[in-house]
Design a protein around this ligand. Structure first.
Ligand code: 3PG
Length: 265
């Protein structure tokens, strides 16, 4: 009788263990798939970000923006060569005013430097691959843009950490912080924190967009974002605006209008 009473309790335990085993197995299995599938995306994100950051450390930010305004050209090139995806002639043509206009709008300080140039070019290439792989990844895994970008960041952190330790390490970090704190003051801490949060947030929202649009439209959006950066810096920092910059911005805006028309056709 006693033994009989224990049985339902035991089978409940067994069922719970089976259920938890199933949960863990699925959790881990899906995670392995996610990690393997997204490895190349995380790598591309890391390369694109590091290359852009190196570029900005070598040249004026406006110069990096000029080179990075060419991202849509990389997008059509990669789609054409690697995915054999053709675009209508009008799409190719609309890229000329978009890229040329944005480059003109950003043309203020031109201190050419080969590392600054190559960094921005590598960033263009890496981000285009990242966007195309991400688009596929988000489709297959039904992970939303917001969570997808969060996973990218975490994987990117894991990839970067060993390099950061090998190339710089705690000694250089401490020296860097000391220098920044003595030159800038405690404000530096706020700048680092705010920049990190804003960097994550704008990319997160960009990925929520990428979820809905093509990689090419995404890259054009990223180029036009640079126009809004230029206009904001004119308003906030009273950066002197040359007529050629304003003309460039107008040409780029006209170019996006042409692109949207070409797309609709
Ligand atoms: C980055 O690493 O993401 C760059 O600093 C900025 O690139 P973006 O202007 O293409 O976002």
């Amino acid at each position: 009788h006693h033994h009989h009473q224990l049985l339902p309790y035991d089978s409940e335990e067994v069922a719970k263990k089976l259920k938890m085993g199933l949960y863990f197995g699925t959790w881990w299995g899906l995670n392995v798939v996610f990690n393997i599938y997204n490895k190349k995306v995380a790598v591309a994100h890391t390369i694109g970000h590091v290359a852009a950051t190196v570029s900005m450390s070598k040249v004026a930010i406006s110069f990096t923006h000029i080179i990075k305004s060419a991202e849509p050209a990389f997008s059509v090139l990669v789609s054409r060569l690697f995915l054999r995806q053709p675009f209508p002639l009008l799409v190719y043509l609309s890229l000329l005013p978009i890229i040329g206009g944005c480059a003109l709008a950003a043309a203020t300080e031109l201190n050419f430097n080969i590392i600054g140039f190559m960094g921005a070019m590598i960033s263009n290439m890496a981000f285009v691959f990242r966007n195309i792989f991400s688009k596929k990844g988000m489709k297959g895994m039904s992970v939303s843009g917001m969570n997808y970008y969060a996973c990218l960041s975490i994987l990117s952190l894991l990839i970067l950490t060993p390099f950061a330790i090998a190339f710089e390490g705690p000694k250089l970090w401490a020296a860097g912080w000391q220098k920044a704190l003595s030159e800038i003051g405690l404000n530096f801490i706020w700048w680092v924190a705010a920049q990190s949060v804003f960097y994550h947030l704008y990319n997160q929202v960009s990925y929520m967009s990428l979820n809905e649009i093509s990689p090419l439209t995404f890259s054009i959006g990223n180029t036009m974002k640079r126009i809004s950066v230029i206009v904001s810096s004119i308003i906030i920092f009273h950066t002197p605006l040359e007529p050629i910059n304003a003309l460039g911005a107008a040409i780029a805006i006209l170019g996006t209008f042409l692109y949207s028309q070409a797309k609709q056709q």
